[in-house]
Design a binder for this molecule. Structure first.
Ligand code: ADP
Ligand code: 5GP
Length: 190
């Protein structure tokens, strides 16, 4: 990696609220910039290519793996590949900013291993599995089958919370955002 800097890693089971919290931090901190991941799934109606993800076909994604374009990548769900692009981290550090990642739990653990003390890894904990299910349903972005896959995976992922530096419980959203902001502030400006 050509430049060096800091990074904030946010991970959680799907539906716990990490994207919501990451967006709130991006609004509050000018010095933080979002690492746009590569993904091989179709964009959701509100998603913009290059803003939410860099969208690729499965074949294109596999070519990027061959070219060693990723810091880490995962097949999070069957044929749904996601990966952190080295070019994104370099672009953001070159601007002198702190990178923020919104990645799955295994990706978060791998990024922390890779970046070590340069990174603060935060696990966003849903108050209960029932709340997680309700949030996934209310978001209305997944089919029933995909909701069930995500819930099954969530039970596994929740066991891994102790591999993160910090935990933010996302029960009341405002409280979680205040807590995440405090952690970010302390890490960026110790
Ligand atoms: P993730 O990125 O972890 O998959 P999202 O940020 O997309 O999760 O949140 C999942 C859904 O839950 C969204 O519709 C979001 O608006 C909602 N949500 C987030 N935080 C809370 C909360 N504290 N209470 C209730 N709903 C929430
Ligand atoms: P979604 O399809 O809901 O946008 O994302 C599915 C999961 O993939 C989420 O947990 C999301 O955080 C994760 N994800 C997004 N980008 C990356 C990435 O670059 N690497 C990894 N490992 N997971 C990612």
């Amino acid at each position: 990696m050509q430049y060096t800097g800091k990074c904030l890693i946010f991970s959680a089971p799907s539906g716990a609220g990490k994207t919501t919290i990451v967006r709130a931090l991006l609004e509050r901190f000018d010095e933080i910039s979002f690492s746009v991941s590569a993904a091989s799934r179709a964009p959701r109606p509100n998603e913009v290519n290059g803003v939410d993800y860099h969208f690729y076909s499965v074949e294109e994604f596999k070519q990027l793996i061959k070219k060693d374009a990723f810091v880490e990548w995962e097949e999070v769900y069957t044929d749904h590949y996601y990966g952190t692009l080295k070019s994104e981290v370099e672009r953001i550090w070159k601007e002198g900013k702190v990178v923020i990642f919104d990645v799955d739990v295994y990706g978060g653990i791998n990024l922390k291993k890779f970046f070590g003390d340069q990174a603060l890894s935060i696990f966003v904990m849903p108050p209960t599995i029932d709340a997680l299910e309700q949030r996934l349903r209310r978001r209305s972005t997944e089919t029933e089958v995909r909701i069930q896959t995500r819930l099954k995976k969530a039970a596994e992922e929740l066991q891994l919370h102790n591999q993160f530096d910090k935990i933010v419980v996302n029960d009341e959203l405002d409280t979680a955002i205040v807590e995440a902001s405090r952690l970010a502030q302390d890490f960026i400006h110790p």
